[in-house]
Design a protein around this ligand. Sequence first.
Ligand SMILES: Nc1ncnc2c1ncn2[C@@H]1O[C@H](COP(=O)(O)OP(=O)(O)OP(=O)(O)O)[C@@H](O)[C@H]1O
Length: 598
Amino acid sequence: MSQKNKSGIARLLEFGGRYRYLTVIACILSGISSILMLCPFLCFWMVLRDVFAVLPDLSKVNVQAISNYGWMALALAVSGFIFYALALLFSHLGAFHTAKNMQSLILHHLATLPLGFFSQNSSGKLRKIINENTSQTENFLAHQLPDMTGSVVTAVTMLVMLLFFDWRLGGLCILLLVVGFTVQMLMTNEKSMSYMRQYQDASEQMNNEAVEYVRGIPVVKVFQQTIYSFKSFYAAIMHYKNNVTEYALSCQGPMVAFNVIINASFAVLIPAGILLIRPDNYKSFLLDLVFYMMFASGSAAILNKILFSGTHRMMAQEAVRRIDMLLDEIPVVETTLAQIPDRNDVEFKDVTFTYPGNKFPALSHLNLHVQEGKTVALVGASGSGKTTAATLIPRFWDPQEGIVSIGGVPVTEITKKDLMNRIAFVFQDTKLLKVSILENMRAARPDATKEQVLNALHNAQCDDIIEKFPQGVDTILGTKGIYLSGGEQQRLALARAILKDAPIILLDEATAFADPENEYKIQLAFEHLTRGKTVLMIAHRLPTIQNADEILVLNKGTVVERGTHNALMAQGGIYATMWKDYQTSIAWNIGKGEYHAS
Ligand SMILES: Nc1ncnc2c1ncn2[C@@H]1O[C@H](COP(=O)(O)OP(=O)(O)OP(=O)(O)O)[C@@H](O)[C@H]1O
């Protein structure tokens, strides 16, 4: 399926693949149905013609002929409905297949994107883009597109019929239609399209902020705040409101004009009829006038339909644009020159990385080398770039400058599978799935036996977790009150990494939320996991990295100090100060609130 060379409805049909023909057939059927639906008007004209021909002596009316016209009108109307029902059947089939194709294309594409993309785009936002936009386009294909085609065919057929009976009255009606259409165009121009874009953006932002608000409710309650503490949510609502109001106001003038014009047929046709009627042609002229007055008022409904389908078309176009934006996200390119590293040392050579959309680099000219089986620790203030450095190794992101390599091979030249097999990472934000503990473990190694899983759980000090649930490792997490503490979750994540037994370990050592007993157990699990491995460790509690082979102190993405613990202490720089501050904070904790300067 080609991307980007088409836009709007053409692009939407492209998503349908071979099923797009169903949509095309639906539009043709809807067009035929519209013509059939207009035919009863002709029967009505014929009835009027026969009645006017015998006026004032109605006893001369050919009742049989009139009854035939009636039956003909009914048959035509019923076939119109049948064609319309068939059109809807085809359009729904086409719409379902298109939505399915669209969703599977997006999901396959998401699977190829760098993992970092997901840290910048919340799952709520992605869900909204995928669900709302595909359902909007599905609705458009199932209902609005066939209706739109039907309305356009109706409008064209009406034009032909209007000119056919009396070109003067027809010309007047067409003039009204042209003016109505022009006014309508004012409402569906490029400016309206940009309103539609702003509207979608504002609605997306409001949705995101609502999710953040709900997530933050515990904080609001704890600190006795009100909704106004969520200024950004409030601002998003106001932005949405202003946007919608501005759009509605911009439509006010054209909308009023449109309604007045399309409903003005009586006001125009009656004076025109008075001017045009002649004694010699009054019968046939009256016949045409009555017919036109009926017909023209019917055209108001058709124009209304086209107007609203224009708004739906703009919404569908915008939805397609948003889906294409997602599909345009650049995937991680799988190397064609795959190399297999024969060592597992990790090296950063002059690496600079800036997050998409950020002004300043998160890492600047970073050089580091973790020899096989050794441990390098990253320390530094919050936001100094420690996590970013670790995420470049499994290619959450690719740096703009410099090279990250394993065993001398750039990570970009290692296959995704090989790369992931070599690395186990345990980050602060532990992700456990809503499946059994056993299946959570097997996510790291699908072929692991139950015994191997139990062994890994034992080494990660998880025996107490398994024992407390009657179903042991078959306990399903996150359901029926099965919830784990932060420390327990991290131990399970460590067990998963131990089971994977990868040669390179990336560790974000965050034990801030663990109680002393948990912390001690996590420490034992860390030791088990890292034994004999190449380890890049992000340290929050300095004593855990005292024995690291090298410690790098980061500040605003650059290395400001490096060396062993003893060397850095002797240097008396930032690390030595951090160490002293850490000792002080411990002393403060032991003193239960009293400050004991050391
Ligand atoms: N997904 C992201 N998108 C944009 N900017 C980001 C993203 N993640 C981090 N940053 C920015 O990059 C910089 C480095 O962040 P990073 O998370 O690497 O720091 P850190 O040293 O690990 O912090 P902490 O100790 O608090 O975890 C910060 O300025 C942060 O705001």
